[in-house]
Design a protein around this ligand. Sequence first.
Ligand SMILES: [Zn+2]
Length: 147
Amino acid sequence: MPTSRKEALMIGASHYFTGKPCKNGHLVPRHVSGNCPECLKQAHRRRTEDYAAWILKAKQANAKARGIEFSLQQKDIVIPDKCPVLGIPLKKSISKGDAGNSPSIDRVDPSKGYTPDNIRIISHRANRKKQDCTVEELRLLLAYMES
Ligand SMILES: [Zn+2]
């Protein structure tokens, strides 16, 4: 294992190990980009947790305002890597640019509340389409598009 970034770049290695911990105390080989893989992992985990907490809070306020039952906890919000409906990657960023790709809480049975056994995490894009149309309307739309 090379001991410096320069050396790693020279021999085309992906990682190097200086023997010194990163600024957060991880004693692990660094990626040639200069990033500590442990720090990146932590940041990713934090973003995912923050995101779950964020959509939970937003949805809770929304459900309360509409008088819908809500008994979800943060542990119930498990965000998959891809939208189970459309197969597009789910991005856990709170920025507005890629809202279609962001996860949203969908009720399987809309007549019931936000309970752990009645929700799925799907993309906003899929959720929006679901809310826009009834099943019958979707069938008509599909028939029209395929004709
Ligand atoms: Zn680190």
